[in-house]
Ligand binder design. Structure first.
Ligand code: SAM
Ligand code: SF4
Length: 334
């Protein structure tokens, strides 16, 4: 189905929980977020029902996210249920990777189509600084496990924050020897994320993708490497969405740039979001939400269907550089 601006909406991101085993500085405050009560969170069966109704408006792909989706009990069975649903073609996952070393095989068997792993630095100390509690090794083991389980593509999502001075070339080089698709994402003004360690979005922290491409190429040349070139369509990972892809000649993977701020992709936006507490969110940057949980509990499936119609109607044409949202990324479902 199309929204009121003529865009086909076929993609639903489902947040399974607002909880997380990390506390990334750009995503949630140090003390964590005020956890949702048991009854506020959608039950797994409720998520299944909402997804089934979503197929009626044309949703074909779902992505499980959070918080950390792999800490939610029942996630493997949910993947299997969603994958078996008429109308659903792809079920994918965004994770910090920590639990993949024990779960990748089961997720693959359950029918998970694709996995994105978030990783912002290859420096162990910086990793612990950014995640506040995480260990680089745990995420690296998760990446190995995803490749071993046969996931293809495996995408690595790195948020770029100027003041962190990440080693972007080291990151891009991850794509050379293994079929990893590294994607750099501009730091987005979502939530308040105000840690005592000075975290919090600031426009000067955004590195526009064009500038980043130039930085990586300059550093590559300084190390005797070739520059990145536009990726051939055949080499781009499936489900390429809003990223622009490049590659080092002969590399097994690619390097992508996702530019929600410097190059809005609102006109191609095909997604809706479902928060863990059952709110349908037509746009990441808008706090307008539709209470699908109450609709389901009090009105049943037809009421849920009407929520989807309302979401299609309310989806804005563009985020117009709006800065800040009431809820953090971990609560909305990034
Ligand atoms: N915990 C999982 C993970 O980290 O992959 C899934 C949820 S997390 C909120 C989803 C994605 O949102 C991650 O890739 C994370 O880096 C990204 N993210 C969180 N806050 C962000 C921000 N302010 N700007 C850009 N990306 C952000
Ligand atoms: Fe957790 Fe993901 Fe947010 Fe990091 S980005 S705090 S891993 S939800």
């Amino acid at each position: 189905m199309k929204d009121s601006h003529g865009r086909v909406i076929d993609y639903l991101r489902i947040s399974l929980t607002d909880r997380c085993n990390f506390r990334c500085i750009y995503c949630m405050p140090e003390e964590g977020v005020c956890m949702m009560g048991h009854d506020e969170i959608l039950r797994i069966e409720e998520i299944e029902t909402i997804a089934r109704v979503a197929t009626r408006i044309g949703i074909r792909s779902v992505r499980l996210t959070g918080g950390e989706p792999l800490v939610r009990k029942g996630v493997v069975d949910l993947v299997a249920a969603l994958k078996g649903m008429d109308g659903i073609e792809n079920v994918s996952l965004t994770t910090n990777g920590v639990l993949l070393s024990e779960m990748a095989g089961d997720l693959k068997e359950a029918g998970l189509s694709r996995v994105n792993i978030s990783l912002d630095t290859l420096d162990p100390e910086q990793f612990t600084y950014i995640t506040r509690v995480g260990k680089l090794d745990s995420t690296m083991r998760g990446i190995d496990a995803a490749l071993e389980a046969g996931f293809n593509p495996v995408k690595i999502n790195a948020v770029t924050v100027r003041r962190l001075d990440q080693d972007f070339l080291a990151f891009a080089k991850l794509s050379i020897d293994r079929p990893l698709h590294v994607r750099f994402i501009e730091y987005m003004p979502v939530g308040s994320s105000t840690g005592s360690d000075g975290s919090g979005w600031d426009r000067t922290d955004v590195i526009p993708s064009e500038e980043l491409l130039q930085i990586i190429n300059e550093r590559a040349v300084a190390q005797g490497l070739p520059e990145l070139v536009s990726a051939r369509d055949d080499d781009k990972p499936l489900g390429w969405g809003p990223a622009r892809y490049f590659e080092f000649p002969g590399a097994k993977g690619t390097v992508g740039f996702i530019s929600p701020l410097s190059r809005h992709f609102c006109s191609e936006c095909n997604r809706l979001r479902l928060t863990a507490d059952g709110k349908l969110r037509p746009c990441l940057f808008s706090d307008r939400e539709i209470d699908v949980r109450t609709a389901l509990r009090e009105g049943g499936e037809e009421a849920v269907y009407n929520c989807f119609l309302e979401a299609l109607n309310l989806k804005p044409d563009d985020h117009h550089d709006k800065v800040g949202t009431e809820r953090n990324m971990s609560q909305i479902g990034g």
